[in-house]
Design a protein around this ligand. Structure first.
Ligand SMILES: Nc1nc2c(c(=O)[nH]1)N[C@H]1C(S)=C(S)[C@@H](COP(=O)(O)OP(=O)(O)OC[C@H]3O[C@@H](n4cnc5c(N)ncnc54)[C@H](O)[C@@H]3O)O[C@H]1N2
Ligand code: MOO
Length: 402
């Protein structure tokens, strides 16, 4: 149920998220070289193009033998040839015979086990095998890892280093992945200066776009930072128009009720329709979300912590949908190291740290404090109207891994 406060209606977080994720289609696919595939999301099921290993291969340096010949070890066998990796032995190991073999080499016909060289002595073309082994010893059978046609990585899986290596072993040189959704990042406000600039009186540094861009990249999107828009309709109109090709437009600031908060009006004049306005959360209450044609629009509050907490809660799952992957459910839980006071009507995302298995909210929860946010390693999720909690109570937490 939406929560009312004065004339304002606050949408619960879950409801806001459901609206933001409604009818989101995955972006198109593109092919990338295996060397550029790390971190990308696979767009189609990937079948092995070959059987691995493609032949019975030796797992050791030693001798390919017939098990029957060495049942009563020690046994003396004539060494009739050599098989090395990349250079098999074309002959057949017959009764009373062995072939010298090296790790990775195809096991020659007739051989049904490999003896490690440490368990054999060779002299004058004869090898003495000191102990018996079972059939198949030290042989990696054809198809031991996977078989041609087997789907080994599914659409929607993120290609980490291990999966890229698997795709390479499956003999793919390039992979179909989802295009990275382009996220235009638009900071708004007359008070803002770019990081590194000389500040004029009354100015502050625009810190959010840099943090947001890093987060967007980590979440699989392609950030595209626009120049800071000023608090005029002309400036906002120009910026909104410059962002029109982006999959998502994220605005920062100017979303609240102040006379200079022009973002909503400018977006609506451009044709945007908002489905979410004001969410029952803290920080992040002034969040707005909607669509501008095909584009998704997310208007984040200007306070830096509110902006990034909202991005984590709403932009990350939106990117996951566009990338065609399931959002990982990263809500964890931990016991409180201290007591928590009862909560008000908004879901509170408290900056906190985990130590020795217990979680402690950091001292000052003001949503402007980037230093506190940087020092936190998780958010405690304190439900709306939750009663006071004693130390030791288990609370849900969202790890801050970006
Ligand atoms: N009368 C009311 N005032 C405010 C309310 C309210 O409900 N009634 N809500 C407060 C809350 S909560 C928040 S959050 C802010 C959000 O307001 P806006 O989204 O309009 O953001 P601004 O007013 O533009 O900025 C807020 C704050 O953040 C600083 N800021 C803005 N952009 C950046 C940036 N890119 N990098 C760093 N810092 C930024 C800005 O200078 C302000 O200090 O509204 C409250 N007020
Ligand atoms: O989102 Mo505001 O704190 O709730 O800063």
């Amino acid at each position: 149920m939406p929560e009312e406060s004065g004339s304002r209606v606050y949408v619960p977080v879950d409801e806001a998220l459901a609206k933001i994720l409604a009818d989101v289609e995955p972006v198109t696919a593109e092919n990338v070289s295996l060397l550029d595939a790390g971190g990308r999301v696979l767009a189609a099921d990937l079948a092995a193009k070959l059987t691995q290993p493609p032949f019975d291969a030796s797992a050791m340096d030693g001798y390919a033998v017939r098990v029957a010949d060495i049942a009563a070890a020690p046994a003396r066998l004539a060494v009739i040839g050599e098989a090395a990796a990349g250079h098999g032995f074309a002959g057949t190991v017959g009764q009373g015979q062995a072939a010298r073999i090296f790790t990775g080499a195809p096991v020659p016909a007739g051989g049904d086990a490999v003896i490690m060289q440490e368990a054999a002595r060779e002299a004058g073309g004869v090898v003495t095998v000191l102990e018996g082994v079972p059939p198949g010893a030290h042989i990696r059978r054809r198809g031991y890892d996977f078989r041609e046609g087997e789907i080994m990585i599914g659409a929607g899986e993120t290609l980490n280093a291990r999966k890229v290596m698997l795709a390479a072993a499956m003999n793919h040189g390039s992979l179909p992945v989802r295009r990275r959704p382009v996220v235009a990042v638009l900071a708004t406000g007359d008070e803002l200066a770019e990081p590194g600039a000389e500040l004029l009186a009354g100015q502050i540094v625009s810190s959010v776009p840099a943090g947001l861009s890093a987060a967007i990249a980590a979440w699989g999107g392609e950030p595209s930072c626009l120049a800071i828009a000023r608090d005029t309709r002309e400036s906002l109109d120009a910026a909104i128009s410059a962002a029109r090709d982006a999959d998502i437009l994220v605005t920062i600031g100017g979303a609240s009720v102040g006379a200079h908060d022009l973002v909503q009006g400018a977006l609506e004049a451009a044709g945007a329709r908002f489905e979410v306005m004001r969410v029952a959360m803290r920080p992040g209450k002034p969040l707005m979300s909607g669509r501008l044609g095909r584009q998704r629009v997310l208007s984040l509050p200007g306070n830096p912590v509110a902006a990034l907490v909202c991005a984590r809660l709403f932009l990350k799952p939106l990117l996951d949908r566009m990338l065609g992957r399931a959002s990982d459910d990263t809500v964890d839980e931990a016991p409180l190291a201290v007591a928590l006071a009862a909560n008000g009507p908004r879901q509170h995302y408290m900056r906190a740290r985990r130590e020795h298995g217990a979680v402690t909210p950091l001292g000052d929860q003001d949503s402007s404090l980037v230093s506190v946010f940087a020092a936190a390693d998780c958010l405690i999720v304190h439900a709306p109207h939750a009663a006071a909690l004693d130390a030791g109570s288990v609370v849900p937490i969202i790890p801050l891994d970006f």
